[in-house]
Design a protein around this ligand. Sequence first.
Ligand code: FPP
Length: 224
Amino acid sequence: MNPLNHVAIIMDGNGRWGLKYKNSRNAGHKEGLKTVEKIINETIKNRIKFLTLYAFSTENWKRPKKEINYLFNLLENFLNNRLEDINKQNIRIKILGYKKFSSKLNKLLNLAEKKTSKNSKLQINLALNYGSKTELINAFKKIYKKKGKINEKNLEKNLQTYNIPDPDLLIRTGNTKRLSNFLLWQLAYAEIFFEKKLWPAFTEKEYKKIIKEFRSIKRNFGKI
Ligand code: FPP
């Protein structure tokens, strides 16, 4: 049975779900947050130590301002309402990506990271304003500046995921098969599951099914 230490998720399909059932993309984001809560609980139940959620990419800035504001309000309310509880549940929050939001949200994200930094049951990496190409370029720049050697170990030390093991499993919901500039280096050996269901409709049942299938795969890592 494969050990499962780190699950990464591209939570796609909020907009389509919202338009289909509530005539509003933002309603899909609101419903998507409920799925986030369910999946966090199921991740803990399965004793998985790292969960990385792609919540906002560097490309998502191209969306209408109204949708962007809605997403960040949702995140702000979520942290304001749930941070105490998250901390009590021994969950650590880490942000991947550059915190270039309103000063209020930046402060809240810093607080969430600081307050939960010693927690050890589950680490949730929230990818916000995250783009893998930018992350890689900046890692190379940092090495170059320090006149360091270009090798795997050095590169990994300079990525935003330093000290986080690579994902074993990537799930993308929403019936689309692409990586969308997400953890391009770190996913080199991940098992990838593309799920037809839109993120708000994704349930613990489908998640458990994927975990079960993942556990039974023969993972070779290039060997035979
Ligand atoms: C992709 O669906 C989803 C996002 C860009 C945002 C993800 C946000 C959430 C799940 C809710 C908030 C989360 C937190 C952690 C507060 P899409 O809008 O691209 O869907 P579409 O492909 O149907 O348009």
